[in-house]
Unconditional design. Structure first.
Length: 112
């Protein structure tokens, strides 16, 4: 077997092949046979409220008013936020609004 069919988790070459997928004998991990179905293990896919994929550096707009915990302010719907950063976790978007660094959930944003 070549490196294309090595397990992406444990990198072993002990692979069982079926029509639709590969399965690692060592760790039991299963993945799609088609390389187009493979997603980079480190990639985070974050979608806005309309289902558009967000990426680092995108501009977004708030779709509803959000109260900022600990800040005592409310971010108004329609506020445009530039240069977002995608991070892993419950609040997927890291950004700055009015000089304040905050983290937001993508479900309250739409791509601008």
């Amino acid at each position: 077997m070549d490196d294309a069919t090595a397990c992406p988790i444990c990198t072993m070459n002990d692979i069982l092949e079926s029509e639709e997928q590969f399965e690692c004998v060592t760790c039991g991990h299963e993945w799609a046979r088609s390389t187009t179905d493979l997603v980079d293990a480190g990639a985070i896919v974050v979608k806005d409220s309309n289902g558009n994929v967000l990426a680092d550096g995108d501009s977004v707009t708030l779709i509803k008013d959000l109260k900022v915990k600990g800040g005592g302010i409310t971010l108004k719907a329609g506020t445009k936020i530039k240069h977002i950063r995608i991070v892993d976790g419950d609040h997927e978007v890291d950004c700055k609004v009015d000089g304040m660094a905050i983290m937001l959930k993508a479900q309250f944003l739409k791509k601008a």
